[in-house]
Design a protein around this ligand. Sequence first.
Ligand SMILES: [Zn+2]
Ligand SMILES: [Zn+2]
Length: 344
Amino acid sequence: MRAVTFQGPRSVEVLGRAEPELQCHDDALIRVVASGICGSDLHIYHGRVPTARGFTLGHEYVGEVLAVGDAVRSVSVGERVLGTFATACGTCAGCRLGLYHHCHEARVFGLGPSGGSLPGTQAELALVPHADLTLRRAPDGLPDELALLAGDAMGTGYHAIAAAGIEPGETCAVVGLGPVGLCAATAAKAAGTAAVMAIDMVESRLEVARALGADVIHAGEEDALARVMDLTHGRGAHVTVEAVGSAGALETACRITRRGGTVSLVGVHVAPCRVDTGLIFRKGLRIVSGLANVVAHLDRVLAMMTAGVLDPGPIVTHELALADAPDAYEAFDRRETLKILLRP
Ligand SMILES: [Zn+2]
Ligand SMILES: [Zn+2]
């Protein structure tokens, strides 16, 4: 089968790989119908996960079930399914608390040895462990390009808002309008917020945020702090989602959040960064952070997407063939696209 493989910094190649086979009783084998390119794939693409060299990338996917182990109950051969970017065992101490994102045996698709050596889904076929927890049948009427967002970008955007405990009538700012930031903006809208303020420097991304109903702030052309204060009667946002994973974005998030407010940190921080802890202390900010519990959120997120309450549709901007993966990664890296779908 063909698969998108990481070859070194800024280099991916579509190569032949052995077809996966069922290994455990609770595995499923799927034919991938579509797989997305995620911002976290860019961390690998930029060379920050050197151990992933040679590995098949990808962790956002929709597929058709080709085979299941004899312990799988919730999906059947022939069904269209979607899944989460990481797997959970369902039986460890973390899973028993429902903290599937802290599963002691968690594996991440397409991350290489540091993610449990689980080959990615930017391929013609994929092996899915613990299928009853990892997969869901794709709701009829939910198109592939939306279904594959549920187990990663939309699940993470939802988590950013849910973990912050935002209340109806409160205000939310989002720093960084990649797919996860935009998903957080739509989740904030769905939570009944009085205002969602979306901050970025890329005009096309601000355009999508506007389409999702946010007040947009171009950080390169205007003073983000001043605009947020203007829009919140001088107080700052109740909740700010930091969806970049950089020192600058975290600093901005802390500055634009009101006293006693919450910074929800879902941007992937791969390197240590310096923050003004005095500012956090003086304002009494609450910081929530970490990977999203996408397994636990998946049914709720799918229900909200099917009902149209969460609408990440405008985030999917490109659809390409799997063979075009090298061009797709380049374009995404240049921020010329938002979510790109690859179809094998
Ligand atoms: Zn991802
Ligand atoms: Zn577990």
